[in-house]
Design a binder for this molecule. Structure first.
Ligand SMILES: Cc1cc2nc3c(=O)[nH]c(=O)nc-3n(C[C@H](O)[C@H](O)[C@H](O)COP(=O)(O)OP(=O)(O)OC[C@H]3O[C@@H](n4cnc5c(N)ncnc54)[C@H](O)[C@@H]3O)c2cc1C
Length: 439
């Protein structure tokens, strides 16, 4: 990077908040080394930095906790990493309105602690809460098992402030639930992976913390039996906050005490309600061949969302499939069969009620032959698509990513998406080339 530009970055945020040389190594993604890493301390500084990068046509990579920094098509150039960690305050918390406005760099864990002091919480449980930031969670629409009852970021975001690629500070939505007319801008930025603007502030809807929460695991002989039990639970008058279907590998990794498929169900609310629902669950699953439900410790929640991804120390690839809830068990079994057929292992876990299925592929072979891995991933994508679903390659080495697209082809919608991108980022500087349709 030219010395002149570096000087301007330093005069904008202060020399201590600009990293160069070896200091940037924690921000190297897939072998792409950023020119510099900068940490703005205000919205105005974010705006000034984006304008500077735009003038020099340097790509800008918004960076929250970095837990999903490798998700996406490998970028051609890393450019300028814009770290949001100094923007980590709770700006407003209206307990009476059950709303809060926060800076995008606050971690989920820090926010939950601040809200917990008032008996409230943000009903989102993405993984890695100690590192994942609110801005990153919104940009990736990250969620966890409790989305079964509480929905995803799309259901909780009331308003958002973003810095556009031209440095303009734009606010969408409001401070109170659903008030503004016009296009729902906040939703546009959810799941946009930092390609349309830098999220700097967000207003979110909150909930009171439940009195009691319990997590139960039920053992099954086959994934399909667990799938049938999941549908029975969803067809009943029980109100679970999580319905997770795990295959034997994932159940083993979660540490439920057996290596067989498991249905993990959560309940929260008043103690007697939770008690009643747990007893009712035991009755329901027994009819589907389920064993007596086992109570799991509270700390299991933090591992539940990533249990498939964590099943192997060195997975060959990680995918997220979106399918119809009725197809969840079949998708897991067909996926496992596709891997076995090529001498590979796999682990599967699903948010069974919403049809989000995560799979991890593992090759025990010394030499990680790419061919069987690529063939299996392409078959997994076909399995999802055959059920009207979609597939995202969440992680894989470059050798595999060069043969298996990260994102599905959006078809005709791609032209509209590229149009929106060109409108909001005419110089294509925000996370260029990382997203769907080559955006
Ligand atoms: C092992 C593992 C398992 C995971 N499992 C799940 C899972 O089960 N469910 C799930 O939903 N997610 C999962 N994730 C993804 C990850 O946890 C979330 O996406 C996370 O919430 C991202 O937050 P972050 O602050 O770390 O974002 P980063 O990793 O820093 O950024 C993620 C993306 O968002 C962009 N971005 C970050 N901050 C901003 C901002 N302020 N404005 C605009 N763009 C921004 C970045 O440029 C990048 O493209 C997993 C990740 C890992 C590592």
């Amino acid at each position: 990077m030219q010395a002149a530009l570096l000087d301007r970055l330093r005069s904008t945020v202060g020399p201590a908040n600009v990293l160069t040389g070896v200091e940037v190594s924690p921000y190297v993604v897939e072998g792409r080394t950023p020119d510099a890493v900068v940490f703005p301390g205000s919205v105005d500084e974010v705006s000034a930095l984006v304008v500077l990068a735009g003038e020099s046509r340097i790509p800008v990579v918004p960076w929250g906790g970095g837990t999903a920094a490798a998700v996406g098509t490998p970028s051609s150039r890393a450019g300028l990493v814009l770290g949001l960690r100094r923007l980590d305050r709770v700006l407003e918390h209206e307990p009476g309105d059950l709303t809060a406005t926060v800076e995008a760099g606050i971690t989920v864990a820090k926010l939950q602690a601040a809200l917990g002091a008032h008996g409230q919480w943000l009903s989102l449980d993405p993984p890695e809460a100690e590192r994942a930031t609110v801005g990153g969670v919104l940009a990736t629409n990250a969620s966890g098992p409790r989305r079964h009852l509480y929905g995803s970021a799309r259901d909780l975001l009331i308003g958002v402030t973003v810095v556009t690629a031209e440095g303009a500070v734009v606010r969408g939505g409001g401070k109170v639930v659903k008030n503004v007319a016009g296009y729902d801008l906040p939703k546009l930025f959810i799941g946009s992976y930092g390609t349309l603007g830098v999220i700097v502030e967000a207003t979110v809807r909150l909930r009171p913390r439940p009195d009691e929460e319990r997590l139960l695991a039920v053992r099954f002989d086959r994934v399909k039996d667990g799938g049938a039990a999941a549908r029975a639970v969803m067809g009943s008058d029980l109100i679970p906050n999580a319905v997770e279907l795990l295959d034997a590998e994932a159940a083993r990794a979660l540490g439920v005490g057996w290596s067989a498929p498991a249905l993990v169900v959560g309940f929260d609310g008043l103690a007697e309600q939770v008690e009643w629902q747990c007893a009712e669950l035991a009755r329901l699953v027994a009819a589907c061949g389920g064993r007596e439900p086992q109570r799991l410790s509270g700390e299991t929640w933090s591992r539940l969302g990533t249990v498939a991804h964590g099943a192997f120390a060195a997975p060959a690839a990680l995918v997220r499939l979106g399918v119809l809830p009725t197809h969840v068990a079949d998708t897991m079994e067909q996926g496992a069969e596709a891997a076995r057929g090529r001498g590979l292992a796999s682990a599967w876990a699903a948010h069974a009620g919403v049809g989000v299925v995560r799979g991890a592929l593992f090759s025990a072979r010394e030499a990680q032959e790419v061919e069987p891995i690529v063939a299996t991933l392409l078959e997994w994508r076909e399995v999802a698509r055959a059920g009207g679903g979609h597939a995202t390659l969440e992680w894989a080495p470059l050798s595999v990513k060069s043969e298996v697209p990260v994102w599905d082809d959006p078809g005709a919608a791609g032209r509209i998406m590229r149009g929106i991108k060109a409108q909001l980022d005419p110089n294509n500087i925000l996370n260029p080339g990382r997203f769907v349709a080559g955006i």
